[in-house]
Ligand binder design. Structure first.
Ligand code: GDP
Length: 173
């Protein structure tokens, strides 16, 4: 086997509509941000090769492409996923409640040993934060998830999320 070939991993992004899922992907893959995004346009997935120490990873990141509005994603969305990023908007506590539902759905349909991350997105609007940090940290710990505030707008924390996933994947190799 050629050890230079990247390890292929599937990452799914879950969370209520408007929390910034597509924007996080856009920032990570293209280092770009758009003030207005069109939720109806979404490819099945976007790929990015990522070098982590001596470990080469290809992230295949699946976007919900607006389907999350109907609160039900095709089961194939979860199938064979290595990692899941659960996203909520730190200025909108309803999206934090939504995150718990997405977690329940993930437990039901996703692989048991999936790597979990929680992104508290829109960190640039931290002055309007409406979810207690302690509360999220406690929840993250209870489900064994890595938690980080992120901003797709400023690029804050985005790389940390993917680095954490890379760390876990590479540690297993
Ligand atoms: P999705 O429906 O979860 O995919 O969310 P989108 O990526 O479409 O983002 C919804 C809206 O939030 C858009 O207007 C984005 O420009 C905006 N947005 C996304 N991320 C951020 C962020 O980190 N900070 C701010 N201020 N706005 C953001």
């Amino acid at each position: 086997m050629n050890s230079n070939l990247p390890i292929q991993i599937k990452v799914v992004i879950l969370g209520d509509s408007g929390v910034g899922k597509s924007s996080i992907i856009l920032r990570f893959v293209y280092d770009d941000f758009k003030g207005e995004t069109d939720s109806t346009i979404g490819a099945a997935y976007k790929g990015k090769v990522y070098q982590h120490n001596n470990c080469n990873i290809q992230f295949n990141i699946w976007d919900t492409a607006g389907q999350e509005k109907f609160k039900s994603l095709a089961k194939m969305y979860y199938r064979d996923a290595t990692a899941a990023i659960l996203v909520y908007d730190i200025t909108n506590s309803q999206t934090y409640d939504g995150l718990k539902e997405w977690y329940r759905e993930l437990k039901e349909f996703g692989p048991e040993d999936i790597i979990l991350c929680i992104a508290g997105n829109k960190e640039d609007l931290v002055d309007s934060e409406s979810v207690q940090l302690d509360t999220v940290e406690e929840f993250a710990e209870s489900i064994g998830a890595y938690y980080k505030r992120t901003s797709a707008k400023t690029n804050y924390g985005i790389d940390m999320i993917f680095k954490e996933i890379a760390n876990k994947v590479c540690a297993d190799k």
